[in-house]
Design a protein. Structure first.
Length: 226
């Protein structure tokens, strides 16, 4: 074997070692992020398994208020408009204003009848705007949830492919046909997909809560009853 070939082999080994160490660090970082996310010790190496699947009730979960698609979105919206506490308060303000208008008797220092009547109409206009804003927000949340479901399903397919690839390279490694670096790369690919699925599941849960109880969202100035 020539000196040239030995030098090439040495350089190749050094490059492969450096790449393997880099991937090992990436794998350690991925495990650290995963452990932090699920509450394990920093050095733990959890076994790969199916990630927690969020309840994708928009597509037909039993008991879902939206399992019927657009039709049930409208039904859900009707319930929200009925139960929304800010809308209820605004309706009470309208009733109070109408009551004051019906009992109106002019006295010195009181606003004129026309001003009181205008105040009632203003309260009604504010109720209309509030309902429009809530409806817009609920519809937006519905379509965002649909988008997250589509992304999650795509990641499920990618995860199945990555896990099949990992199992294949593990078998090849046991047979001496693959190096540890290939196993680590396959493990990292699975972990990255699982991490993405966890992020989607968390975002989905937050949006679902807002969809079911939109009144917990930050309210813009002028959107709350006075």
């Amino acid at each position: 074997e020539s000196l040239f070939n030995r030098e090439n082999a040495r350089l190749g080994y050094a490059a492969e070692k450096e790449q393997r160490e880099k991937l090992a660090r990436q794998l350690d970082e991925a495990y650290a992020d995963l452990n932090k996310l699920i509450g394990l010790e920093p050095g733990a190496r959890p076994k790969l398994q199916e990630p927690a699947v969020p309840q994708l009730w928009l597509e037909g979960e039993a008991g879902s208020s939206t399992k019927g698609g657009e039709a049930d979105l409208e039904r859900h919206l009707s319930i929200i408009l009925h139960d929304h506490p800010y809308i209820w308060l605004q309706e009470q303000q309208i009733l109070q204003a109408e009551r004051e208008l019906s009992l109106y008797t002019y006295n010195v220092g009181m606003p004129p009848y026309k001003a009181v009547k205008s105040s009632v109409q203003q309260e009604r206009n504010e109720l209309y705007i509030m309902k429009e804003d809530v409806s817009k927000d609920v519809r937006s949340l519905y379509y965002q949830l649909q988008g997250l479901e589509s992304q999650y399903k795509a990641l499920e397919k990618n995860l199945a492919l990555a896990e099949n690839g990992l199992r294949a390279v593990q078998v090849r490694h046991r047979l001496g046909m693959a190096v540890p670096l290939e196993v680590e790369e396959a493990e990292l690919a699975v972990l990255e997909i699982e991490s993405g699925m966890q992020d989607l599941a968390r975002a989905y849960g937050q949006l679902r809560m807002l969809y079911e109880k939109p009144w917990v969202m930050p309210v813009a100035a002028g959107s709350q009853p006075k």
